[in-house]
Design a protein around this ligand. Structure first.
Ligand code: AMP
Length: 424
């Protein structure tokens, strides 16, 4: 084999696409029900958009971006996440002057130069929502509850909602100072990454999974104790709303998330079974980002969920389903039968029925075998006898019973909804 896909990428094959499409349409439908509208942004942006908003010190910017110079010498980056591009579009395309809150959702590939492993790819997909102009805890709840409904509909039930408040530009700096001095005498316990970044971004150390860093933060002061009154009230109100909505959660005082732009609410959906393929998704509030990117002060909240991880958590699909369409088998080498098969297929498609006529000229037996393998429960057979009598045989591949029909009866029969396609 001469060519192979680049490391960390995958092909989504026809055998898997049904699950992807199911997930996508489920997400779209939920967004529609919640009043979110779709936005599609370019797959690449100016590098600066990410380095300034996600943060120079973040893992994404410091080591994971696909950045290159285009032929005009501009530095561009394949988008590693969806929030910054949506903020950019919100400001650039006049969405900021629309009635608030502006509620957007997106779906698509993201790119990170990460070490490939189970559930971790270099091109992966996210679904996400962003809401601008609503600063209330109820807005946070809407975003979180959209996610929990999504997981419920997909049958993902092993994800725990973990929640924290990372404060705001007023209460975070004093806490940061406090944390830096707490970590100073413990510096030798920290991993190389945390040692490097603990001065610029000490909160990130709280989130590091390495044993040394976990030991170093034992007994560390918690941000919860430093929150200003507004941040604290916001967080408590959100917890009350979650309780009253019967959405289970766990407070995790060490949750800070890997991106710099979060304020107040930060949350993640973490698989309960200690599988280390990482979180299914996460999000939170980012009340300063729109202003930071040059817009008016605008509260914002959003979430991004990893499609590959959710598909893993959904487990295996249930048993094979029969295709709702028909396969049209015809006598090999008989032009009349072929013409009839093709015209019947066209007519069925016009009636909204999936119809696949035989195209290879293999034997009738071979055609039935193929139809079976492709999962067609119903096969129309146009053999020499059928041609002579102007009839069509309809074969039920489950049990093998056959009946002959006139053309109009056949169309009526085939367009009739099948009761219980998987029964028997
Ligand atoms: P983040 O933008 O880092 O908060 O990521 C949000 C979600 O995207 C994560 O919880 C994962 O589900 C998913 N994700 C992030 N990076 C990757 C990756 N390299 N491969 C697959 N999924 C990823």
């Amino acid at each position: 084999m001469e060519f192979r896909a680049p490391r960390g990428t995958r092909d989504i094959l026809p055998s898997e696409i049904g699950r992807w499409q199911h997930l996508e349409s489920c997400f779209q439908e939920l967004c529609r029900l919640h009043g979110f509208e779709e936005i599609r942004t370019p797959l690449f942006e100016h590098t600066e958009l990410f380095s300034r908003s996600v943060g120079e010190e973040s893992d994404i910017v410091s080591k994971e971006m696909y950045t290159f110079l285009d032929r005009g010498g501009r530095q561009v980056t394949l988008r590693p996440e969806g929030t910054a591009p949506v903020v950019r579009a919100y400001l650039q395309r006049g969405l900021a002057s629309q009635p608030q809150p502006v509620k957007l959702y997106y779906y698509g590939p993201m790119f990170r130069y990460d070490r490939p492993q189970a559930g971790r790819y270099r091109q992966f997909h996210q679904v996400g929502v962003e809401m601008y102009g609503a600063g209330t805890p109820a807005a946070d709840l809407e975003v979180i509850s959209l996610c929990t409904s999504f997981f419920n509909r997909l049958g993902v039930n092993g994800a725990e909602l973990q929640l924290n408040s990372v404060g705001c530009s007023r209460c975070r700096p004093p806490y940061r100072e406090r944390l830096v001095s707490f970590l100073k005498p413990r510096e030798e316990l920290l991993c190389a990454d945390c040692r490097r970044r603990h001065r610029e971004n000490p909160l990130r150390v709280l989130d590091c999974k390495r044993p040394g860093c976990r030991r170093a933060i034992t007994g560390a002061p918690l941000l919860a104790e430093y929150l200003c009154r507004e941040c604290s009230e916001h967080f408590l109100a959100l917890l009350r709303l979650l309780d009253r909505s019967n959405i289970p959660y766990r407070e995790n005082p060490y949750l800070v998330r890997g991106l710099d732009y979060y304020t107040r609410t930060a949350f993640e959906f973490v698989p309960r079974e200690g599988n280390d393929s990482g979180s299914l998704g996460g999000g939170g509030r980012y009340d300063d980002l729109v202003e930071y990117c040059g817009g008016p002060a605008t509260p914002a909240v959003g979430v991004a969920l990893g499609v590959e991880r959710i598909l893993l958590a959904m487990g295996e699909p249930e048993g094979d389903r029969y295709s709702p369409g028909v396969y049209i088998a015809c006598a090999p080498g008989e032009e009349e039968a072929e013409v009839e098969a093709l015209s019947l297929a066209r007519e069925l498609r016009d009636l909204g029925v999936v119809a696949e006529p035989e195209l290879t000229g293999r034997s009738l037996r071979g055609q039935l075998k193929l139809a079976n393998r492709k999962g067609y429960r119903r096969v129309i057979i146009i053999g020499p006898r059928e041609l002579e009598q102007g009839l069509f045989t309809l074969r039920d591949m489950v049990g093998g019973s056959q009946r002959e029909y006139s053309r109009s009866d056949l169309l009526a029969e085939v367009t009739r909804p099948v009761s219980g396609p998987n029964s028997e």
